[in-house]
Design a protein around this ligand. Structure first.
Ligand code: SAM
Length: 298
């Protein structure tokens, strides 16, 4: 990574210096046997064989809060929070949805990966510049950023988190208090298109997590047009991909009306290159539902 300091600092150096307190990546995985059974029996059943109305009825009659939330507000910040919380299942359907569903499992893995990456980047910029400024777009409750900052609470770290859903900030304020990071995190209700009205700083880290999979290419290009001018050559963008790695898209569409825009890392790199990004780093979580890309715009 290129720096303006005299000493050339790599991400690995700054990570190594604080390695003891990095978040542990305790990922969730699926055993080959379970994957085999899922591919052979579960996928055909939920995608094709069981009628949609019946699946919806089963979900409605279960006590699964995640199923109910996903039926009424598919893909919203509340369902993300329920998937992250992974509370003790209330019945068998709830267990199948929240504990063993590859989508919520992948989401929890993504959160682990994002929090870890943010802590690594915070360390890098703290070592390099003595401060770290984060901008999050479509941040919801800000849980990823809040948890990452909690690891470096005493430092000069600031986050400006944008979302349109003001109700997510109520939960976010609770999380800020819980993690004792009130001074570090600011929520802003605004569309990403209006970032310029609210941002006076040049962010070190721009976080686009849980947003681009809801956007068709046209809107993704617009989002990148809105966000990219704020990045300096030293800034890092952190963005996730989503892929239908476990063949559940048909189920998600017909039952929850969830219409995702899947993109492989290669496809996202192609799009980011068109907006001037380079220097890509990429990693998958073990279920390969989500991956994280970081890039610079130099
Ligand atoms: C699926 S949630 C993800 C929340 C959080 N990033 C996470 O990963 O847990 C997507 C969020 O993006 C927000 N959002 C969608 N379009 C937006 C826009 N144009 N500007 C700001 N926020 C937006 C929604 O309100 C929603 O809270």
């Amino acid at each position: 990574m290129n720096t303006s300091n005299k000493t050339v600092l790599t991400m690995e150096d700054s990570v190594a210096s604080r390695e003891k307190s990095l978040p542990v990546l305790d990922y969730e995985t699926v055993s080959p046997l379970r994957k085999f059974a899922r591919d052979l029996f579960v996928s055909p059943l939920i995608n094709y064989i069981i009628p949609t109305d019946f699946l919806v009825k089963i979900l409605k009659t279960s006590h699964s809060e995640l199923a109910h939330e996903s039926l009424s507000r598919p893909g919203g910040w509340r369902s993300m929070m329920l998937a992250y919380a992974n509370q003790k299942p209330l019945d068998m359907i709830d267990a199948l949805v929240i504990k063993y569903g590859t989508f919520p499992m992948g989401l929890r893995n993504r959160k682990r990966m994002v929090v870890r990456k943010l802590v690594e980047l915070i360390d890098y910029y703290l070592t390099k510049d003595g401060e770290a400024n984060i901008v999050g777009v479509g941040a919801g409750t800000g849980v990823n950023t809040i948890e990452a900052i909690a690891y470096r609470r005493g430092s000069k770290v600031k986050a400006h988190l944008f979302d349109l859903a003001e109700d997510a900030f109520v939960k976010g304020e609770e999380l800020k208090r819980h993690h004792d990071v009130e001074e570090h995190v600011h929520f802003i209700k605004a569309d990403v298109a209006h970032l310029d009205k609210y941002l006076s700083i040049r962010p070190h880290i721009v976080k686009l997590i849980g947003i681009i999979e809801y956007l068709p290419d046209e809107n993704l290009h617009k989002l990148l047009d809105d966000v990219s001018p704020f990045l300096t050559p030293e800034s890092t963008v952190v963005v996730n991909t989503l892929e239908d790695a476990h063949n559940i898209d048909r189920f998600l569409k017909r039952v929850f009306n969830l219409n995702f825009y899947y993109r492989s890392p290669a496809r996202l790199v192609e799009i980011l290159k068109r907006h001037g990004y380079s220097d890509f780093r990429h990693e998958y979580e073990p279920l390969r539902v989500y991956s994280l890309l970081t890039a610079h715009r130099r």
